[in-house]
Design a protein around this ligand. Structure first.
Ligand code: GRF
Length: 216
């Protein structure tokens, strides 16, 4: 099997995108970022893609604030198809996707969230955790369903919340884990090792000699 072709949708900074690109270029994951699409013309994510020689496409979202118009969503689909994308990875993509899109890419859209879901979905997961006073938070990579941050969970990583944390310090601690588990989750998909059973994602044992060890 060839490398998994991933299309990344991103609206901003693109540090998760960068982590995926770095792992891909270093050959640590059997993933190729086939295209990066953004709703924001000057998103840093697009620049990161261009610097890595990856096609970077701005597709305007249309007139809505939190979702894409049907025409815009159609264009996203076309771009992803043009680049023969197997899996769509949302990385700081600030738009809600409709059922049509999710049906077309059923079971093949993933997202990273800066909290231990189902706690603190939606915006500002780090601030929500601080305000609530939890002692642990973390990062979640999950399949995307029609809800906001409600899909089956692939991987999570916990980090402690310190008494003197600000939103920024906690976000930085969580981000390190996001970068690590996002690449790892994509590798599990590339290896065909995930099975979704209702809400539960099960991971099969890797085949002998599969990548992921340090036997390179
Ligand atoms: C990350 O914290 C991610 O969990 C959230 O948006 C942020 C995106 O950061 N969905 P970046 O654009 O990947 O740097």
């Amino acid at each position: 099997m060839g490398r998994l072709r991933v299309g990344v949708l991103a609206s901003g900074r693109g540090s998760n995108l960068q982590a995926i690109i770095d792992s891909s270029l270093a050959g640590r994951i059997d993933v190729e970022v086939a295209v990066v699409v953004s709703d924001v013309a000057d998103a840093q994510a697009l620049e990161r893609a261009r610097s890595a020689g990856i096609p970077a496409v701005h597709v305007p979202p249309g007139r809505f604030r939190t979702k894409l118009t049907p025409e815009a969503e159609q264009r996203y689909t076309e771009v992803l198809e043009e680049h023969r994308v197997d899996v769509v990875a949302l990385a700081g993509f600030m738009r809600i996707l409709h059922d049509d899109f999710l049906e077309r890419y059923s079971g093949r859209v993933v997202n990273v969230h800066p909290a231990l879901l189902p706690s603190f979905p939606g915006l500002h997961g780090q601030k929500q955790a601080l305000d609530y006073g939890v002692k642990w938070s973390g990062a979640t990579v999950h399949f995307v369903d029609a809800g906001v941050d409600t899909g089956p969970i692939i991987l999570q990583a916990a980090v402690p919340v310190m008494d003197d944390d600000s939103e920024e310090t906690l976000a930085a601690r969580i981000l390190e884990q996001e970068h690590r588990i996002y690449a790892e989750a994509l590798q599990l998909i590339a290896e065909g090792r995930l099975k979704v059973d209702g809400r539960v994602v099960r991971t099969s044992e890797g085949a002998a000699g599969a990548t992921g060890g340090d036997d390179a």
